[in-house]
Design a protein around this ligand. Sequence first.
Ligand code: NAD
Length: 320
Amino acid sequence: MGHRVLITARSFRKVRGEHWDLLEGEGCDVVNSPYDRPLTEAEMLDLVGGVHGAVVGMDEVTTRVIQASTDFKVIAKHGVGVDNIDLAAATAAGVVVTNTPEANKVAVAELTIALMLALARRLVKQHQVVSGGGWARQMGTELAGKTLGLIGCGRIGHEVAKRVRILEMEVVFYDQYTLEVSGARQVSLDELLTWSDYVSVHVPHTLETHHILDAEAFAKMKDGVYVINTARGGTVDETALYEAIVAGKVAGAALDVRPKEPPSPDDPLNTLENVILTPHAGATTREAVLRMAKTATESLLAVLRGERPTNVVNPEVYAK
Ligand code: NAD
């Protein structure tokens, strides 16, 4: 019998592609998650026994989950953000964690731009009016000539910056580690907040970036600013965002990611017509899913074969 591999990443399971051939070719004993959503710690614990490797999405990969299988060698994230995986526990247990950094950058960048255009032209509202039998036009604004502020300008930020140039937007960015982006100007966070007509978040969620957009940050922004978050829910204080929208400071917001996913059906942001909400769908394009699935599978199989894959998130595991 080959290696036992748990697959919890939903889009990985749903899409047919080379990743399944690779797993089959290696003779893996595949355990599929029975759930159509990210798994809780308890659900992961039920499935993880005797597993050598796992391909995970946004599931709760806690210390207990990592320690539940003594055979665990690799956790391959089907995506970029690894804030749902206890990296310290994985390293301590000798488990290699990998991700798929290049695979979904175009998909997330394109969603970011789609959300900016949808906010500017009130697309969701216009659709609701017409599909409800009405014909009243909504006044929009143009992106041309406006300033886009990118908080974090790594792989996804770069792709957004590259694409909005054709829309004739000015691009400024704030990033603690990336210093140069072609066609975009590096500024301080305060300058970005003060100057931007659109503020789009592209940093990972860490202790440093938690609530990087809070009440104080919204107060510094231009009146009528638009806010887009396709990074992680924890980077935006949503209570402060709600208040800034109701106060008219923020003209609209588009959120693909939320502090708690899925959010409560009673979430106050659901009631605002100038808010567009998507279900963490940034990377959900056929192309990105196939790329992520192939990369995650190749990394997983490399570790199981005793090789070192390229996208290791916790390289210190090899120093042990
Ligand atoms: P990346 O690592 O290439 O870029 C992140 C950038 O943030 C880097 O340039 C880094 O220097 C910067 N940064 C980190 N900490 C910072 C701080 N404290 N202050 C300022 N800048 C800081 O990652 P990426 O591929 O561009 O992805 C960005 C984030 O988008 C991911 O971490 C992930 O959480 C999120 N994401 C969401 C989806 C989705 O489906 N919506 C898909 C992929 C990624």
